[in-house]
Each structure stands twice: as C-alpha cells, then as structure tokens.
Design a protein around this ligand. Structure first.
Ligand code: RBF
Ligand code: MG
Length: 196
C-alpha cells in the first residue's frame, strides 16, 4: 500500500487528447493533462503537511503511478494516474510528460476540453518500460486494484473533500479578485471622502 506523500500535488487543467495509442481499446480510458498546457494555463501546486504551498511543474514530479482523487464536472472520482512518457511504446513515446488519469468508476464520455483537477496523494511505482503490451496491461490492472484499496483508507479518503480540489478554478480566481477589489475600495474610502 502506498504511503501518503509528504507533499501532495494538485494538477488542474484542460483535458487534451492523448497520443493515439488507444487506452480505450485496452479497457483503460484516460483523461490527459499535458505538461506544456499545465505550464501555460493550468495549475501544478505542491502542498506540504502544514498546508504550505508552492507551485511546481509536471516535469519536476517523479515519473510513475499515483493514487489520486479526480474532479470532473463537479464530481469527485477515485483515480489512478500515470505521470510520464509511456516508454513501453518505443518510438511512439509521449513527446513531453503527461498525467494520464484513469477514473476507477467508469463514466462513458470524452472529456476533451473540460477542466480536470487531480489531487495526487500516494506514489505506487515508477513508470517502466515493459517488455510488451500484455505486461503493461497486467501492471495497470494491479495499479487499479492498489489505488482502489488505498483510497478507502481513512488517510486517503479524507482528501475526497479537500478544499483546493473542490474549488472551481475560474470561480476561485473571481472570488479573490472580488475580495481584493472590496479591500481596496474600503482602504481608499477615507481618502476619497476627504477629497475636495
Ligand atoms: N506506460 C508505460 O510505458 N509504462 C508504465 O509503467 C505505465 N504505467 C501506467 C499506469 C497507469 C495506471 C496508466 C493509466 C497508464 C500507464 N502507462 C504506462 C501509460 C500507457 O502506456 C498509456 O495509458 C497507453 O499507452 C495509452 O496512451
Ligand atoms: Mg486518454
């Protein structure tokens, strides 16, 4: 069973298409966040046990498989996420790291262009170059099993209603802007009142 990470990681971005190797065909559909998209218009936030937060990059995350909660269309789902390049597919590897999330409770829909938030909580194993496709699929099956069990542990389950995970990306920004505007207005009010 994976341990809770010292620093959990929140990824938030727009779901992009994968690299066409057809994770759906192998029965493991994934919703993908690309490193470059996350850097340009998304969020990669690391948070330690005391709540201290810093921004990070997907490239800086150890490659491998993570236990996670995934939020999509306002609903939180148990998930298993691979961060990496898919080295098993020699010559067809990802050109940049991606976070590939497989939701454990299957929803049959495509999520392209929709906002996805992933809260990575535990590290299952490093990404590997498997000798073949069958070995890769067997490993993914085991990952799914591990993630499903980990997320029922109280330590991991507690993050299901994590504030940052539940916060709406754009909505949260608007709230901050509103609060700042209000604070500034209040701060300037005396000066405005004194103006001739
Ligand atoms: N690809 C690899 O080459 N090596 C891995 O160890 C690996 N682990 C994965 C674990 C999970 C849970 C998932 C969802 C994907 C993993 N992949 C891995 C990526 C896989 O190659 C990819 O999902 C398919 O090629 C479809 O793009
Ligand atoms: Mg996919």
């Amino acid at each position: 069973m994976p341990a809770l990470l010292d620093e959990v990681c929140l990824l938030r971005g727009e779901v992009s298409t994968g690299y066409g190797r057809g994770s759906k065909k192998i029965g493991v559909p994934t919703a993908n966040l690309k490193a470059s998209d996350l850097a340009a218009k998304g969020t990669v936030e690391m948070r330690d046990r005391s709540g201290g937060a810093r921004s990070g990059t997907l490239e800086a995350l150890p490659r491998g498989v993570y236990v996670a909660w995934a939020r999509l269309r306002g609903t939180v789902h148990p998930a298993v996420v691979n961060v990496g390049l898919s080295p098993t597919f020699e010559e067809a590897e990802n050109p940049e790291p991606i976070a590939e999330a497989h939701l454990l409770d299957p929803i049959d829909a495509d999520f392209y262009g929709e906002e996805l938030a992933l809260l990575l909580l535990g590290y299952v194993r490093p990404e590997r170059k498997f000798p073949g496709f069958d070995e890769l699929v067997a490993a993914i099956r085991a990952d799914i099993d591990t993630a499903g069990r980990a997320l029922t542990e109280p330590e991991f389950a507690a993050f299901r209603d994590d504030k940052a995970l539940l916060a709406d990306g754009a909505g949260a920004d608007e709230t901050v802007t509103l609060a700042l505007t209000l604070a500034l207005t209040l701060a300037l009010a005396p000066a405005l009142a004194l103006a001739p």
